[in-house]
Design a protein around this ligand. Structure first.
Ligand SMILES: *Cc1c(COP(=O)(O)O)cnc(C)c1O
Length: 362
């Protein structure tokens, strides 16, 4: 029997979305971002699928994620976006042949202490306004010089920065960041990388040797005002469950914890086996769409740990066991994110261990 809450993963859609990246950035190499368990889709299966589809490299956030990929047999190039924080992690990068993002002074010291031969590929990260990781433009000449003298570092060093607001097509911040990056590095040798999904979709100026798409690979739009389908992307994850109870409600009845939802007229209530314990957002508002037998019905009452409740007025014949879709094929996760005052990234990343991930039969 199918588990109550489960997510179906359409791996063909991943390959399709990678092709869309190539359409937007035909001359760039693609570093597919698969941090946070492949944005909740299962890092190993995502890596395997995208490696087969010829992604040029992968990016993860943490050293442990890179090690896990190597132990699973991934031979592709893998960059660790947060780099290393201690000698032991630097040792891991060397042992597992992972690229290091270098963004802070303590990393320079560790690299200098490590002898040759040159066996670590480095990405010097510049902070051009995000104010998270990276060296300031003022520090660049000194850092670049330092890295060119580290025996363990392969030359030339690669150069990268990260965009802070590329999903706002009207914000000139993005162009300023790109300009500052290019001005600072000048004709320094080494490959360049600027663009995340929003950068490569909205800002041709951000295209360079490498692009670093994450969310769009999973079929999700990085923009608050569009969904993946409008960008010709296909959703990879569809989250499903089933109705487990159907019952009549009378005018004046209240539903769920806090008794917040009051029935304005007689109707039929459906109880769905999914809740915040599965990663369905606790703050989804009443009226958030849910598909029951492929038709939209509104969420009513509060989301609880294991269940949500829906108004089945438009579906009087629905019965326990009927199919429910929470997001994915037929119901954009971007729309659910808006209804829950969050971004789709958090929804797909937040699907919990209890939810079985099943690969679609292709
Ligand atoms: C997460 C991340 C990306 C991918 O961002 P998306 O918005 O998911 O495309 C790219 N670069 C860096 C440095 C990141 O941390």
């Amino acid at each position: 029997m199918t588990p109550a809450a489960y997510a179906v993963l359409n791996l063909n859609a991943l390959a399709h979305n990678l092709q869309k990246v190539r359409d937007y950035a035909p001359d760039a190499k693609v570093m597919a971002v698969i941090k946070a368990n492949g944005y909740g889709h299962g890092m190993l299966r995502v890596a395997e699928t995208l490696a087969q589809a010829q992604a040029d490299a992968f990016a993860v956030a943490r050293v442990q994620e890179g090690i896990r990929l190597r132990k699973a047999g991934l031979h592709s190039r893998i960059a660790v976006l947060e780099g290393f924080t201690c000698a032991e992690e630097l040792g891991d990068l060397l042992a597992y042949q992972l690229d290091a993002v270098v963004h802070t002074a303590s990393q320079l010291d560790l690299l200098a202490q490590q002898g040759g031969p040159a066996q670590i590929a480095a990405w010097l990260k510049l902070d051009t306004g995000m104010n998270r990781l990276g060296f300031s433009p003022k520090e660049f000449p000194r850092v670049s010089q330092h890295l060119s003298q580290c025996a363990v570092v392969k030359q030339p060093v690669n150069l990268m920065t990260h965009l802070a607001n590329a999903d706002d097509r009207g914000d000139t911040m993005t162009l300023k960041q790109i300009q500052l990056f290019r001005q600072t590095i000048g004709d320094t040798l080494g490959e360049r990388s600027i663009a995340n999904s929003a950068g490569l979709l909205a800002w041709p100026e951000a295209l360079s040797d490498w692009v670093r798409p994450g969310v769009m690979l999973y079929g999700i739009s990085p923009f608050p005002d569009s969904i993946g389908a409008q960008l010709v992307l296909k959703p990879v994850m569809s989250l499903h469950s089933r109705l487990i109870a159907v019952k009549p409600l009378a005018k004046g009845d209240t539903v769920g914890y806090g008794c917040r939802w009051v029935c304005e007229q007689d109707t039929t209530l459906g109880v769905v086996a999914i809740g915040y314990g599965d990663g369905y957002p606790r703050y989804a508002k009443p009226g958030t769409p849910v598909l029951v037998n492929g038709q939209r019905v509104p969420l009513i009452g509060r989301v609880s740990m294991d269940m949500i409740t829906v108004d089945l007025a438009s579906q009087p014949h629905a019965k326990p066991g009927d199919a429910v879709t929470l997001w994915g094929e037929g119901l954009a996760v971007e729309e659910i994110a808006l209804c829950a005052d969050t971004i789709p990234y958090t929804l797909v990343c937040g699907v919990t261990q209890r939810v079985r991930l099943v690969e679609a039969e292709c």
